[in-house]
Ligand binder design. Structure first.
Ligand SMILES: *Cc1c(COP(=O)(O)O)cnc(C)c1O
Length: 384
């Protein structure tokens, strides 16, 4: 059999498996008129003219691209300024920029852990954390979701020299929040370092928007990752911590060293977004009013809410077919929600992932609730 036929068969067989499982995913170009309840632009900053202008101005001033990696000649003034602002804002000695959150997690774990390290992860951690652990060659264990006792048991059994506990801050498909105080206590008791990836909490949670670690000491969470493509509305990520940690990651994280620096215009836009996060708490207030409205109204319609106090409000529908039907019904009404199916979530736990934003209006929320009610009515009519 010619080489190309063998390859074509391999691709076809992978595709057929996915199709049979009804897990083949289609990209759709987003119609501009869609009412979006699927994205992570929680504060509406991606659409904020001041942020957009800062990006345009940044491109004019520094160039459309960085032109090189950070360690060669791509580290520009705007990157440096953003790192300083992020370090100050998170109360850490230093912060280091990565081009994406996925790359930050790969780089942090690969540079810190090796075969003598044991990594302990919440079972629902983001894929990038699982991949980073694999890449590092460390031994990985997964504890039950938000279960400090299970973590304690695994840590007590470990004989590894270096132990690293890793958790999402806000769980991206569930919207619930890690119990940071327990993670910090258990980690300390077992001389483990704690790393929190606060992709969905940064800019949103805490009195000042510093995320789920606001008010938690640097000693409790020595390694903090935040991403900039969600509440900050731009792109990229950072890791913050003490100077020795950040210098180590700068030297050894391959996804930092061997890649072109993020376009400086993005850093310029992020600086503006960060200053808006700090100066306009009313955006967070608006967002939390929407969360309260949704959680008050949805149960009145009999919708299955999850335990989430964050902008991520999943509706647990169970079957993949049901999720697809509801998402289609909403799409026909011009409303976009996340249709989340395995393997992103466990078998039998397919869900609509609804996300709220300060950019939404009360009227938008009511359109969403009406749409969800229509999904239920159509389902009831089918079963009648
Ligand atoms: C989105 C997300 C990431 C990845 O960030 P990107 O900047 O989109 O690559 C990492 N961790 C968590 C928990 C996330 O939700």
């Amino acid at each position: 059999m010619p080489v190309s036929d063998a390859w074509r068969e391999r691709l076809a067989s992978a595709r057929d498996d996915r199709l049979r499982q009804r897990r083949w995913r289609k990209r759709r170009v987003k119609p501009s008129a869609t009412l979006d309840f699927a994205g992570n632009d929680y504060l509406g900053l991606a659409q904020e003219p001041r942020v957009q202008n800062a990006q345009a101005e940044g491109a004019r001033r520094f160039g459309a691209g960085a032109g090189a990696s950070h360690l060669v000649s791509g580290h520009l003034g705007t990157h440096e300024a953003l790192e300083a602002a992020l370090a100050e804002w998170t109360g850490r000695e230093r912060a280091l920029l990565f081009s994406t959150g996925y790359m930050a997690n790969l780089g942090v774990l690969q540079s810190l852990a090796d075969a003598h390290t044991a990594i302990f992860q919440d079972r629902l951690n983001h894929a990038s954390l699982l991949d980073g652990a694999t890449l590092s060659g460390a031994r990985s264990r997964r504890y039950h979701h938000r279960d400090g006792e299970d973590l304690q048991r695994l840590l007590a059994r470990s004989t590894a020299t270096h132990k690293l506990v890793v958790s999402d801050g806000v769980f991206s498909m569930d919207g619930d929040v890690a119990d940071i105080a327990t993670l910090a206590r258990v980690s300390r008791e077992h001389s483990a370092w704690l790393m929190i990836d606060d992709a969905h909490g940064f800019g949103v949670l805490g009195e000042n928007g510093r995320g789920c670690v606001e008010g938690v000491t640097r000693e409790d969470v020595p390694i903090l990752v935040g991403t900039l493509g969600k509440a900050l509305g731009t792109a990229g990520a950072f890791v913050a911590g003490d100077a020795a940690l950040i210098e180590h990651i700068t030297q050894f994280a391959r996804s930092y060293v061997y890649t072109t620096a993020q376009p400086p215009s993005i850093a310029a836009a992020t600086l503006e977004a960060l200053s808006i996060v700090r100066q306009e708490p009313q955006r967070r207030r608006q967002l939390f009013e929407h969360i309260a409205t949704f959680r008050r109204e949805a149960p009145l319609l009999g919708l299955p809410l999850a335990h989430s106090a964050t902008p991520i409000q999943p509706l647990m529908l169970g079957s993949e077919a049901r999720v697809m039907t509801w998402a289609d019904t909403l799409a026909q009404r011009g409303i976009s929600v996340g249709a989340i199916r395995p393997p992103t979530v466990p078998e039998g736990e397919a869900r609509l992932r609804i996300t709220l934003s300060a950019r939404h209006t009360q009227a938008d929320l009511h359109r969403l609730l009406e749409g969800l009610n229509a999904c239920q009515r159509e389902e009831a009519a089918c079963h009648a």
